[in-house]
Design a protein around this ligand. Sequence first.
Ligand code: AMP
Length: 114
Amino acid sequence: MNDCVFCKILSGAIPAKKWYEDDDVFAFFDIAPQAPVHFLVVPKKHITSLMEAEEGDTALLGKLLHTAQRLAKEQGCGERGGRFVINCKSDGLQSVDHLHVHVLGGRKLGWPPG
Ligand code: AMP
């Protein structure tokens, strides 16, 4: 989608610390990290939010989560874990309207969210 920040990162129109890409998903480090490990895993298909994902996206959603888990391990979070977050629409304070999974780790994270 033309005016989507994450689609622009995917195309290279906006620079980002992109460190993983395959046919379906890509990952880059968050520009405003909230933990020592904080990266985003994003489907290449422009799905506006999790609420807009359809049944046909089931395999893609599975791949998104599994990739997030695999990359979290690569970032050293396998032993102590971390948090996988999908903010969704206005109540979830989603600020970029392209489905993405935040992966946070490297420190003890607070709960519940405010
Ligand atoms: P959300 O609020 O869940 O939609 O998260 C969007 C995330 O994208 C925020 O954590 C931002 O810091 C991050 N972000 C926005 N623009 C960029 C960018 N150009 N490069 C990397 N991360 C970004």
